[in-house]
Structures are given as structure tokens and as C-alpha cells.
Design a protein around this ligand. Structure first.
Ligand code: SF4
Ligand code: SF4
Length: 113
């Protein structure tokens, strides 16, 4: 595998086709503050980050700069904090989803053109 990319050039771990992907604990929910209703949805009594276009709704796919920005970075859920760049879990994400951010950036560019 190539060298691990910078997270702003990657974003693979923020992508999933699952509706219930990033769990939001009570502490996560409180930390999200004013944005919590926009970013979190409930499935029964469990909370998850909302998914949009097969990625977390907090992820901004910026086709102009080709960057993938977590707009909730300072208040992101514990699950996201636990996934360290260059860890085994990170490499697992890259192995299974590396192409998805590139495809999302390309879709964004196509919409702009
Ligand atoms: S933690 Fe790994 S998979 Fe997630 S954005 Fe960073 S480099 Fe990509
Ligand atoms: S909260 Fe941020 S780091 Fe976590 S999945 Fe969403 S965009 Fe990615």
C-alpha cells in the first residue's frame, strides 16, 4: 500500500453505505452542541451521525480544493477520535473504501461544471 495519506486528502473512514454507521453516545451528543439536531438521527433509542450521499453528514466534500473536511472536528464522536491515522483500523478503511472519496469529489466537480 502507498504511504498513508493525510486525513484531509482522504476521508475514507467517513464513508459508509450503512445508515447506522457512526454511533453517537450521550457524551458525543452533548458535545455536538448547536449542531446536534442537524448532524444526529435516532434509530429507536440509539443515536448515529446522519449519512448523506454515503458519507457522514459532517463531512464536507470540497471539490474545488479536493479536500475532505470534518466540519465537526473539534466535537466529533469518540468513535472518530479513536480511529487513529496510520493505525490498523485506518489501513482497513483505506483497503476497503479508498476509491469512495475520489468518486465523491468527482461527482462534486461534475455538478459544478
Ligand atoms: S484516519 Fe485513515 S482512513 Fe480516516 S481519513 Fe485519516 S487517513 Fe483516511
Ligand atoms: S464526525 Fe467527522 S470524523 Fe467522524 S465520520 Fe463524521 S466527518 Fe468523519
Amino acid at each position: 500500500m502507498d504511504a498513508t495519506p493525510e486525513c484531509l486528502d482522504c476521508g475514507a473512514c467517513c464513508f459508509s453505505r450503512l445508515v447506522n454507521y457512526v454511533s453517537v453516545t450521550g457524551a458525543d451528543h452533548a458535545r455536538l452542541g448547536d449542531r446536534v439536531d442537524a448532524l444526529v438521527r435516532f434509530d429507536g433509542n440509539r443515536a448515529y451521525m446522519r449519512m448523506v450521499d454515503e458519507h457522514c453528514g459532517a463531512l464536507r466534500v470540497d471539490s474545488a480544493s479536493s479536500k475532505l473536511v470534518c466540519t465537526a472536528y473539534e466535537t466529533r464522536p469518540e468513535t472518530c477520535r479513536d480511529l487513529a491515522r496510520d493505525s490498523g483500523a485506518c489501513h482497513g478503511e483505506l483497503a476497503t473504501k479508498e476509491e469512495r472519496p475520489r468518486l465523491a469529489l468527482a461527482r462534486g466537480r461534475a455538478r459544478r461544471d
